[in-house]
Design a protein around this ligand. Sequence first.
Ligand code: LLP
Length: 420
Amino acid sequence: MHDFKYREKDLYCEDVLIQDIAKEIGTPFYLYSYNTLRNHFLVFDEAFKDIPHVICFAMKANSNLSILKTLIREGGGLDIVSGGELYRALLAGADPQKIVYAGVGKTKEEIRYALKSDILMFNVESPQELFLIDAVAEELNCKARVALRVNPDIDPMTHPYISTGLKTNKFGINIKNALKEYKLAESLEYIEIDGIHKHIGSQIVQISPFVDALKKIIFLAKSLKDAGINIKYLNVGGGLGITYKDESPPHPRDLASEIIPLLSDTDYTIIFEPGRVIAGNAGILVTRVLYTKLSEEKKFLIVDAGMNDMIRPSLYNSYQEILPLKKNSASHKIVADVVGPICESGDFFARDRVIQDLKRDQLIALMSAGAYGFTMSSNYNSRPRVPEVLVKGKEFFVIRQRESYEDLVKGEDIPEFLLD
Ligand code: LLP
């Protein structure tokens, strides 16, 4: 469910006519619905109300401070993967005791920053990382709380670039070696073992991979207990998919009804790291048709957003629904490629899409763009990054300014020898 809906022929976000925002701030821009975002969080939270849990939003999906703040105010924690994300998380007011830190390549400086910030725990991805965390904790004379990220070797049946829980992926510690690595962790003086972490992939639209993976980590938790290692948290990661086109992913309630019974005789606190399911359908990218172009083979709609603003179609061949902000009266449809202005053939949002016959200057929305949209954008082709806007009820707020040309060269220096 989301709050981007037509009234008559016009697309609204909550109670705001989206074309009005475009008039005021120009295009392209990302647009988020506060109500949708908040609801997605509350629905997830409600689904698991019968078990102790913490929802740590995977902020790689959307790290805008106002988006984070919206979720933090509802009691959300955050899943981070870098020092930069930790900085944003703290600035947004996240409770450090609800921050979990994953990622295969944490640097010493990042580990120090996280320890000083007293985050809930690190999700450790290798024995070498464990040694480094122990050493940094010793320097700071504190205990580092950790979970080991185990790789349960489960096929999440999703796009290969976003599947993470197979033994051929770089993530985690092979579940077969987990007991050994937990014993290693136990032997380290400045490490406190608090949990098990797994995350098997993203845009998962079936329940069974979640169930199979959870069974494996519950089994591991029991083996740890037998070995005298008691943990408090099971972190089941994120990965629940959304509807981009015709997928019908499980509702968080369906997921809950399958996994809660598996936990019935345990008292673990469950950590969830949802990203896409919270933010994905809470955001869109609004862009303008600059030109229409007819080649011998194809019709192109050239729009003012490019792959630098939204890379998912180019990178994963993802489907993003495209809706006109104003529906035409005529029902005539065309087949067209919707492409951006970037100098690459891979710069497309849709290929051979059946779409309303759009003219120059008409506005369209790339739907389901709230997760992995702005966060994956870049300045490629020296294009300033686009603004982000949040709608709440009848009002809208620019929550990130459009970058300027000056922003593009910020921090660049020309050495003296080039100045003559
Ligand atoms: N936890 C960990 C450790 C993760 O690596 C991820 C996502 C998540 C949680 C959140 O997963 P979600 O609930 O959003 O599926 N850029 C890709 C998605 C990459 C996901 C990476 N990890 C895309 O646009 O589809």
